[in-house]
Design a protein around this ligand. Structure first.
Ligand SMILES: [Zn+2]
Length: 358
């Protein structure tokens, strides 16, 4: 896709329409039996209800991919409370996304859009609790990869009836329903658009919600994951974004004392003077050059399997407590030279995130 001609980038962030604040019990989107069970041609060995297709082959079969979806999710009317709001289940209902959940308020999964800032309990699953894979499928369909955070969808088979700008408007109007869009690119005369969401979770939801749906012209869309943006500037930006996100996620789940201790240790390592509140005096972390940033990430941190539910392993916690203690006793004496922090960030394995070039 190197020869893509980009139409002007849509710069403002597009907010999706907010669902009503006081949620009512979710409505049943379909009455059981209402949706015709179109017989899917068997192309694999077993029928996978999650994908609504036969499993065993690596490509989405041509038939199921070209039949228009009979149902579509209407966020405003379909969003509501389900059993998941009581049980604490954090994943969305796949059938809600496709507009065909017959359970409504009795559903065990959420009938709301995934919240962008909401970190799911297990990053190896998508927002529907399906396992991601190490690699993308050849056709970039399916659940996607846990090795790369992908926020961009490829939208194919668009029927263009106007200019690039008009098509862009249509694409935005349909795709903003599922989450806040960061940018949209339309490849005019090629029936293709790329939609990048602010959140990966919105992308996952939109991919299911828009699969085999139509825009304004009764087409049947082909929605896939986009391959990686080859633009080096985008790569650097993406790397930085992921690191910022990781740091925020870690800090939000950590004891503030430990965050302070980490800041202090980092400052000691770098010989930066702290002000009274232990904030790094002038050169804040934000302005660090990119290559210095993964400081807290260990070489080989990826080798440590993340423990579900805990970001810091016991050793790291002990280490941090120990250093906070020492610091209390010795004031800010810079006697700590050893790097003890590495494992602290291993839970998110940020080290290699932005660089999967193969
Ligand atoms: Zn449901």
């Amino acid at each position: 896709m190197d020869d893509e001609i980009e139409t002007p980038v849509y710069s403002p962030i597009l907010q999706y329409p907010q669902p009503p604040k006081n949620l009512k019990p979710a409505r049943k989107q379909v009455i059981p039996g209402q949706v015709n069970k179109t017989e899917t041609v068997q192309t694999g060995k077993e029928y996978n209800i999650w994908y609504n297709k036969w499993a065993g082959g690596d490509r989405e079969d041509n038939y199921s991919n070209k039949v228009k979806s009979q149902t579509r999710c209407h966020v405003r009317t379909d969003t509501g409370l389900t059993r998941a709001d009581i049980t604490g289940m954090k994943y969305c209902c796949l059938f809600f996304a496709r507009g065909c959940c017959p359970y409504g308020f009795e559903c065990e999964y959420l009938h709301v859009l995934p919240e962008p800032g909401n970190v799911k309990p297990d990053s190896s699953k998508d927002c529907f609790a399906r396992d991601k894979f190490a690699d993308y499928r050849d056709d970039m369909g399916g659940v996607g990869s846990f090795n790369r955070q992908n926020r961009t969808l490829y939208i194919g088979r668009i029927k263009e009836t106007g200019t690039g700008a008009e098509t862009e408007e249509v694409v935005i109007r349909h795709f903003r329903e599922w989450g806040t869009i960061e940018r949209v690119r339309v490849l005019q005369y090629r029936s293709v658009a790329f939609v990048t969401y602010v959140s990966e979770l919105s992308g996952q939801f939109a991919k299911e919600a828009m699969a085999c749906q139509s825009l304004d012209n009764d087409e049947i869309l082909n929605v896939r994951w986009a391959t990686e943006d080859p633009n080096p500037v985008q790569k650097v930006l993406e790397k930085r974004r992921l690191e910022d996100m990781g740091r925020e996620a870690i800090q939000s789940r950590m004891d503030p004392k430990i965050v302070d201790a980490m800041k202090a240790i980092k400052a000691l390592e770098e010989g930066v003077v702290l002000d009274e509140d232990e904030n790094v005096a002038q050169e804040d972390i934000e302005d660090e050059p990119v290559n210095k940033r993964p400081r807290l990430t260990a070489e080989g941190a990826e080798a440590v399997p993340p423990k579900p539910g805990s970001i810091l392993n016991a050793d790291a916690l002990e280490g941090l407590k120990y250093f906070t203690e020492i610091r209390k006793r010795n004031g800010a004496a810079p006697l700590i030279q050893k790097r003890v922090l590495p494992s602290a960030t291993s839970g998110l394995a940020l080290g290699d995130y932005g660089s999967d070039e193969d």
